[in-house]
Write a protein that binds this ligand. Structure first.
Ligand code: DGL
Length: 290
C-alpha cells in the first residue's frame, strides 16, 4: 500500500521506464539497500550517491539534514531519475515529509516500511538508530500508528557509523560498543529489533553474537524495496530491458569509497566525485538556524 501523493501528477511520458532509480545515503550504509534492490528488482538501473564528505548524518541538526537532502534530490532530478529511495533512515526521519511536497517524483523512505514489518514480527520492539533518528521519534510514531499496542525502546548508537566507515567491524572494540548499546534492549526482553540505520546490517554477525537467538531482526531495506517495486509497477515505470551498470557518485574521496564498498558489493565500483548544486535554504529554515 502506498499512501503518499506527489505534489502534481507525474508528467506523463516524460519519465522513461528505463530511467534509473536514485538511491542515496551518507556513505556505505545505502549499500545494504542497494544489495536488496539487486535481489528484488535486478532489472532496474541505479544511481547511487554517498555524501561521504559530510558523513555522519546522524549527529547533524534537522535543518542541516533537510538542506543536504534538498541538494541531493535537486541533483538526482537533474540526472533524470524516475524515483528516489532514501537509503538513509536519518534522512527519511527528518526530511521525507518536507521534500515529498517539493519534488515531483516518487520518493520512498525507510521508516514506515520498517515499522510495518516490525509489528508483524513482535510486540516488544527495539530500535537501534542514529542519535538524530532517535531524537525525531519517527519510528515510535510510525509503530504507534500501525499498532498502538506495540511497545518501543530506542537506543542511539553514535559510534556505529564511524566504526563501519573505518572498516572496524571485526574489531573487539566494536563488539564491546555493541554490547553496551544492546544491553538495555535485552534487559527489556525485546522480541524484535529494527535496524534503524542502513549502516547497521553490515554489523549483523556482531549483533547476532550478542542478541538472544529469539530476537527477530528487521531490515527496513527489504520492505522499502518491495514497496518501490510495487509502486513502479503501479505507475507503469518498471524497467523491462536490461539494466545499465550502477553509477556510483560521492561527494568525498572516490578511492576510499571504492575500496570499502568492494567488500559489500562483491565487485569494485568506479565512483565519480561530484559536486551537488547549491540550493537556497527556505526562509523558515534560516529562521530556525539563527
Ligand atoms: N545510514 C544512514 C542512516 O540510515 C546515515 C548514518 C549516518 O551518516 O549517521 O541513518
Amino acid at each position: 500500500m502506498v499512501e503518499y501523493r506527489y505534489p502534481n501528477d507525474l508528467p506523463s511520458g516524460s519519465l522513461p521506464n528505463t530511467a534509473p532509480i536514485g538511491l542515496f545515503d551518507s556513505g556505505l550504509g545505502g549499500l545494504t539497500v542497494l544489495r536488496e534492490l539487486y535481489r528484488q528488482a535486478p532489472q532496474e538501473s541505479v544511481i547511487y550517491f554517498g555524501d561521504t564528505a559530510r558523513l555522519p548524518y546522524g549527529t547533524k541538526s534537522p535543518a542541516e539534514i533537510l538542506q543536504y537532502v534538498r541538494e541531493i534530490l535537486t541533483w538526482m532530478t537533474q540526472q533524470g531519475v524516475k524515483m528516489v529511495i532514501m537509503a538513509c533512515n536519518t534522512s527519511s526521519a527528518l526530511a521525507l515529509e518536507a521534500v515529498r511536497s517539493e519534488f515531483n517524483l516518487p520518493i520512498l523512505g525507510l521508516i514506515l516500511p520498517g515499522a510495518r514489518a516490525a509489528v508483524q514480527q513482535g510486540k516488544r520492539i527495539g530500535v537501534i538508530a542514529t542519535p538524530a533518528t532517535v531524537k525525531s521519534q519517527a519510528y515510535e510514531r510510525a509503530i504507534a500508528e500501525v499498532d498502538a499496542a506495540a511497545q518501543v525502546w530506542q537506543v542511539g548508537c553514535p559510534e556505529f557509523v564511524p566504526l563501519i566507515e573505518d572498516n572496524r567491524i571485526e574489531d573487539p572494540y566494536t563488539s564491546a560498543v555493541a554490547q553496551n548499546y544492546l544491553q538495555p534492549l535485552i534487559d527489556q526482553n525485546i522480541d524484535t529489533l529494527i535496524y534503524g540505520c542502513t549502516h547497521y546490517p553490515h554489523l549483523a554477525p556482531v549483533l547476532r553474537r550478542i542478541l538472544p537467538p529469539s530476537v527477530r531482526l528487521v531490515d527496513p531495506a527489504v520492505h522499502v524495496i518491495a514497496a518501490a517495486a510495487q509502486e513502479l509497477d503501479l505507475l507503469g515505470l518498471s524497467n523491462v530491458r536490461s539494466p545499465q551498470p550502477t553509477r556510483f557518485c560521492v561527494s568525498g574521496c572516490p578511492t576510499t569509497f571504492n575500496r570499502l564498498a568492494t567488500q559489500w558489493l562483491g565487485y569494485t565500483p568506479i565512483a565519480e566525485q561530484i559536486e551537488l548544486p547549491p540550493v537556497a535554504a527556505p526562509v523558515s529554515m534560516e529562521v530556525v538556524e539563527q
